[in-house]
Design a binder for this molecule. Sequence first.
Ligand SMILES: NC(=O)C1=CN([C@@H]2O[C@H](COP(=O)(O)OP(=O)(O)OC[C@H]3O[C@@H](n4cnc5c(N)ncnc54)[C@H](OP(=O)(O)O)[C@@H]3O)[C@@H](O)[C@H]2O)C=CC1
Ligand SMILES: CC(C)CCC[C@@H](C)[C@H]1CC[C@H]2C3=C(CC[C@]12C)[C@@]1(C)CCC(=O)[C@@H](C)[C@@H]1CC3
Length: 345
Amino acid sequence: MEKVVLVTGANSGIGLALCERLLTANNQLRLCLACRNMQRAEAARSALLSSQTSARIDLLHLDVGSVQSVLSAAKEIKSRYSSIDFLYLNAGIMPNPTVDIGAFFKGLFSRNVVNMFATAQGLLTQQDRLNSDGLQEVFATNLFGHFLLIRELEPLLCQPGRTSRVVWTSSSNASRSAFSINDIQHKSGTEPYSSSKYASDMLSLALNGHKNNQGLFSSVICPGLVMTNLTYGILPSFFWTLIMPIMWIIRIFTNTFTLTPYNGAEALYWLFFQKPESLDPRAKYHSLTSGLGTNYTKPQQMDIDDELCEVFYSKLLELETEVRRKLSKSDADNEAYQRYISHVD
Ligand SMILES: NC(=O)C1=CN([C@@H]2O[C@H](COP(=O)(O)OP(=O)(O)OC[C@H]3O[C@@H](n4cnc5c(N)ncnc54)[C@H](OP(=O)(O)O)[C@@H]3O)[C@@H](O)[C@H]2O)C=CC1
Ligand SMILES: CC(C)CCC[C@@H](C)[C@H]1CC[C@H]2C3=C(CC[C@]12C)[C@@]1(C)CCC(=O)[C@@H](C)[C@@H]1CC3
């Protein structure tokens, strides 16, 4: 039977590699590339069609960082499909990253060195800003837009007698210490990326608690360190090329240096073939590549407190209500203004 698979951030990097791998393995797919840049989405679609000529690939405009765009995209999805089998929540940003060189060299000569290369926790800071919805951009893009999308698509995801899957591209950079329940958007810190990824881990667990009985199952993955536009934002691509031999050596010790988008998409791809009931809701599934280049997926327990997870889930629901109220108020204001203008004319 045809499966409907929707991938956010599908026009490049790990998202695009996932699409390629899914199409190669399964010709019974209806794949929807949900992207904010339609020119790049068209290019991705053409590239996919050049190797899979008979593939069914739809394009959808979706800026996950904009509430209005998420609501319009969800409306469009509901008009196109009657159900969704897989929703890959992969779009993500890490704006203006800075590497703490001091912490890097300190870590290099510590016993924590392997973990430092695998997670980069405490090594990276970013500069965040407010978006046009008044939300912190990293939180809005990496987490909240996706949350709103799930909420809007619940009728397609939670159908009697069917199971559906939500898969988050999280990161081993997610850290509990970067996240604060009193500042879920990370307004005041310098690690919004780490915080947003920890938030997605918690949300996935909460969704399993609330929605498994309605057939919706959620998982999180970490793709490892992959050379994509995101990593080229941290260091220029020539630098990465220069240190590639060193990274192959590091890969022998951590296996987390997956390096190519194809390898990084391993856990996303692997999950596609697993029965949801066999998965552990508390596990993060890691894409790993051995020193000899073999790909595999390995689960690792997440450091999440159930109570905190529930409080976070209710805070997201509250924020959703607030955002919707603001939006309908501004719609009403606009309408009133339009009426006034036409009256004056
Ligand atoms: N690369 C790595 O080492 C790691 C990556 N990850 C995660 O993997 C995911 C994919 O990133 P990766 O492939 O590396 O990087 P890319 O920058 O190549 O891909 C990110 C994708 O997200 C899209 N995107 C960004 N913002 C938005 C938005 N507001 N609305 C819709 N789409 C958006 C981008 O689209 P556009 O072309 O329009 O910018 C792009 O398609 C991210 O969630 C990232 O955090 C996790 C761990 C490690
Ligand atoms: C300047 C130095 C000579 C070299 C610095 C190396 C660092 C830039 C990398 C070491 C570990 C890397 C890493 C990531 C980014 C680049 C490093 C910090 C990630 C944070 C990228 C995004 C993710 O989500 C993580 C899984 C990566 C973990 C490792």
